[in-house]
Design a protein. Structure first.
Length: 74
């Protein structure tokens, strides 16, 4: 079954004041969306498991750098 609980899909939006901007102006704020911690934790666990299996079975070539631990350009 593929199920992601609805509360994990909901986010809480907060506003952050941009540096050196007037707090009285709405355009001075940047919205940030905070997701549920439990959902993020589950996603991280699943990603780690999937990447472990993919690496162990050598399903990705050496040219693949994106989403691989210790293999990014930055």
């Amino acid at each position: 079954m593929q199920y992601f609980p609805p509360p994990w899909k909901q986010s809480r939006v907060i506003s952050n004041l941009k540096p050196e901007k007037d707090p009285a102006q709405l355009s001075s704020y940047r919205p940030r969306s905070l997701l549920d911690t439990t959902g993020k934790l589950l996603e991280n666990i699943l990603l780690t498991s999937i990447l472990y299996e993919v690496s162990g079975r050598r399903l990705l070539g050496n040219e693949q750098f994106t989403f691989r631990f210790k293999r990014s350009y930055s």
